[in-house]
Ligand binder design. Sequence first.
Ligand code: ZN
Length: 574
Amino acid sequence: MKYCVLIIDGAAGWPLPERGGRTCLELADTPHLDAMVSEGTLGLARTVPAGMEPSSACACMSVLGYDPRVYYKGRAGIEARSMGIPVNEGEVVFRCNLVAVRDGKMWDYSAGHISTDEAGELVVALNQSLGGDEVCFYPGVGYRHICKLKGHEEALPAVCTPPHDIPNKPIADYLPRGSGSDILRDLVAHSEAVLKDHPVNAARISRGEIPATTIWLFWGTGRVPDMPAFQSVYGLRAAMTSGVDLLRGLAMMADVDVLDITGVTDGPDNNYGAQAEGALESLKEHDLVVIHIEAPDEAAHAGSIGDKIDTIQRIDAEVIRRFRTWQEEDLRVLIMPDHPTPIKTRTHNEEPVPFLLWGPGFAGHGAKRFTEAEAKKTGLFLEEGYTIMGKLTDETGEFELGDVIKGINAKLIHRHPHIFGTRQARDAEEVIANWEALKEEEREEGASMLGGVPGEMPALGYSLEIQKRVARVGFDWVDVDGVIEKLAEEVGEFKQAGSQERREQEFGDLLFTLVNVARRLGVDSEAALRGANRRFYQRFTCMEELCLQRGLRFGDLSFEEQNVLWEEAKALVQ
Ligand SMILES: [Zn+2]
């Protein structure tokens, strides 16, 4: 089995009132993705844990199967790692942009997209004037650099604002502030004098370009715990392609090979076809490949509905199409955005995102399109988004009913962070106890205790959930024998049923009672039924195979001959 993860950065969003209340994913014409949805498992996952920043690095860490609460300490740390800058005990790193300030306002967060060479000269000058034992500037790409402070961990809690969030705003309101911010403000202030008359800036001004007037420090990160190698966690050799440095840094932290594919960029000029071809080609050497595409996020940041839809359509036509026609080996695919980037806000948020698992072992559940609403409707919800990698790579590939139920829990946890806390791990018992308390609190006077169970849940899961609820208030059999007796009674009633309508009722009662038996015996009825389906599927396809080998047509065999073949297949496929 080979695996492919496609991250469509920022593709999820909100309904657009100007487009009939539909989202970009709903508006985009995506025939290949639609086909995969009908063949695969659609759900919703929380990639940004509550209380954490919805950056692509944090969310993508979840998609890669690492818990951001453990490994995500800020973007600068990932960038430093990708640039080979060591961050030791007692050291902190900050992203250091070269920016342009005019009349006390943030004129340009990128200093007119200053070139790497020009910026490099300015960074040398900064080191000569401001650097030393405690402060060091490291040159990066374009306007993006790193500033490392030694012995100044107190600077970490300082409140900093990214410059791209404050276009044309007075910088005095957004300079680093609060505990530990003094050294950061000093550095920003002193950088102005260093940069003011530098020849690089003089030349830029003479060419009519925007100069780099000051540095801007943000995204502070302390020492980051080492991430275990992807192969040691998931047992698979992995590679990644991305046009974004930060994602490449993340890959390096996880010991994932970074692919160098010509034509891959972070914008609309990305060569989607080459990226997909290169990624699939890399599966000769790897077990899993991650394709990260930045373009939909960029379009959303720019507030362009048309561009966002266009990039999603191009990804469908030039990337997703190739998954379905790839014939080399069995392939499992995970498709998801890392986070939503609604057109309205033009920035990321932490809301859960749709995901699709497709390939051997994943079955369709009636969903038709890869949209926010359809994903929500499936009832499948991964509160711990980073567990998605386990779902993709676990060969049994099954969701348990627990995943659905956890989704219901998660909704409540989300609504009540003051009770559950957001970042601390709590034990399951405490969660259940709190959940009970919450439900009591949430339920309006006189409302049914069954009211909160979502009607869109799979029918077996719904039965289980309402049975569990009534059992909690004592409406339950004393032991399993009572339920099995009830089952015998239901079989009797089913046999007696005289009309089709009655038969349907009795059959439903039978299923409901079976779920109850399963519940009492700790059997997951949904998983059990899927197991039976899978066994039947394998045996039947084995029979077809045998027929093919023997030059027979299955349909031409008598029922007795078919049954002989069935026994043979049963022995062959366990
Ligand atoms: Zn973004």
